[in-house]
Design a protein around this ligand. Structure first.
Ligand code: SF4
Length: 236
């Protein structure tokens, strides 16, 4: 039985995949996205250890709320760092008729990750930017890795939501939105493109942890910008 290191849980989440979902936030991340709203998940040794059975018990208690669309989402942190554990959890979920969703940056491709994807119904792929240089500078990861991951999702026919945080001066241009739409259109697995407004509710977490928040002076993104970009990509 695998042991997983977990940061926290959310019983009835509605923004992390289809329907109502039980969300597991894994502990540990090797990236440092400038807009990260969960810096408490970065430390590989933080959080608490749980067995897959302990998590399944929690999930089963919420099962009646999932309806036809909902289920379990594993987020983080970066779930791919604990791929074996998440694979076992998802396998048990599938055996119980619970749908599975993975919220990831797509930063690792190996056999354990491929095995995990076999039990994954939906992937929320956090696609940070459409500019390779800006991508690397923003989170420390090569855009090519995200592209390779997206290609793998396409090959495996896994429903994918392509997600991007819209940040002033970084991802709020028309050009970026058009490119994102082109990337989405070029992959059959992408069922939805989600533009998420940058918010600063996480600033207090950074302060508490004593970590500088790189975007503390960046304005939050107004809904009107998100609407403008959606209008652009859906009328393209
Ligand atoms: S990949 Fe996710 S958890 Fe890791 S730094 Fe980026 S936003 Fe934060």
């Amino acid at each position: 039985m695998h042991i997983g290191r977990i940061s926290s849980f959310q019983s009835l989440g509605t923004v992390d995949g289809p329907g109502v979902r039980y969300v597991v936030f894994m502990q540990g991340c090797s990236l440092r996205c400038k807009c990260c709203h969960n810096p408490e998940t970065w430390d590989m040794h933080g959080g608490r250890e749980y067995t897959v059975q302990e998590i399944m018990k929690r999930i089963e208690r919420c099962k009646s709320y999932f309806g036809s669309d909902g289920g379990v989402t594993v987020s983080g942190g970066e779930p791919l760092l604990q791929a074996k554990f998440v694979a076992q959890l998802f396998q048990l979920c599938k055996q119980s008729g619970i749908s599975t969703c993975l919220d990831t940056s797509g930063c690792i491709i190996n056999d354990d990750v491929k095995e995990l994807l076999r039990f994954t119904d939906t992937v929320l792929l956090d696609y940070k930017s459409t500019d390779p240089k800006a991508y690397k500078n923003f989170c420390g990861m090569d855009m090519q890795t995200a592209d390779d991951f997206l290609l793998l999702l396409d090959k495996m026919h896994i429903n994918t939501y392509l997600r991007q945080v819209i940040i002033k001066g970084f991802t709020d241009s028309d050009e970026n939105a058009r490119r994102l739409f082109e990337i989405a259109s070029a992959h059959e697995c992408v069922k939805k493109t989600e533009l998420l407004p940058f918010r600063k509710m996480c600033a207090a977490k950074y302060e508490k942890l004593g970590i500088p928040f790189p975007l503390k002076d960046t304005e939050e993104t107004p809904t009107s910008v998100i609407e403008r970009l959606y209008a652009l990509i859906y009328t393209a």
